[in-house]
Design a protein. Structure first.
Ligand code: URA
Length: 233
């Protein structure tokens, strides 16, 4: 790959803009030597205005999603892409959420530009279980666990029953829900089917990967190889 193409794919600008950047001397190696268009040192040695290059593809990031942000770049209003460096929205291949969260759901969100990885994680056969912490409007009634585990619950406007889901009460109005699949508004609609209403929802784990305590709401970072392995553990 040529330097121009690499920088354009990482979202630093159009090919023309990147060419201009290179010609202006803004792209150097780690010794400060100005790079020409025909050069391509190892990724880790390239600097743009003195800064290390963003990570190459394949890239997977972990984000602690705050309330009020949608997961689609096309939605009006705040999106999770607003929490990332602006050039990330121009990367090619682009970053996509691994299992979207509703606008008012918070917590663990992975984004990746690796389509195969995305499908591996969301496919029910991979058994990467998603755990949600739900806060409810009304006290639990005691029948929810059986209903959700039945494999017979059909959500409103659907015909295919849900796969059995895990249920663990945490207090009178709080529970953990474990899902094998990811249907639209699934947890909220499950509780609606049980006669309750979810007032707050947070995804706390995917597979064996838990939302790290030190990742504040709105913060993100690159997923480490150990964390990725934990998703499949
Ligand atoms: N279930 C929901 O209802 N909403 C989410 O965002 C995720 C799972």
């Amino acid at each position: 790959m040529k330097l121009v193409k690499l920088l354009a794919n990482l979202g630093y600008g159009s090919r023309k803009e990147v060419q201009r950047m290179i010609r202006s001397g803004a792209v150097t190696d780690d010794t400060g030597r100005v790079l020409g268009e025909g050069e391509l040192p190892p990724h880790g040695r390239i600097r743009v205005r003195g800064e290390e290059l963003d990570a190459p593809s394949p890239l997977t990031i972990i984000l602690n999603k705050p309330d009020g942000y949608t997961c689609s770049s096309e939605d009006p209003g705040d999106t999770v892409y607003d929490l990332l460096p602006p050039r990330f929205a121009c990367r090619n291949p682009g970053l996509n959420p691994i299992g979207r969260l509703d606008k008012d759901t918070t917590g663990l969100l992975l984004l990746t530009d690796d389509g195969k990885l995305l499908h591996r994680i969301i496919h029910p056969k991979s058994h990467c279980l998603k755990v949600y912490h739900a806060i409810l409007d009304r006290p639990l009634e005691g029948h929810e666990g059986e209903l959700f585990a039945s494999g017979a619950l059909v959500l409103n406007a659907e015909t295919k029953p849900l796969l059995p889901a895990g249920f663990e009460p945490r207090s009178e109005k709080q529970a953990l829900i474990t899902l094998h699949e990811g249907r639209y508004h699934q947890v909220r609609r499950m509780f609606a089917a049980a006669g309750n209403h979810v007032t707050a929802l947070k995804r706390i784990s995917i597979g064996g990967l838990h939302l790290p305590d030190d990742l504040e709401e709105g913060e993100w970072r690159e997923l480490t190889p150990d964390e990725l392995a934990a998703v499949f553990a």
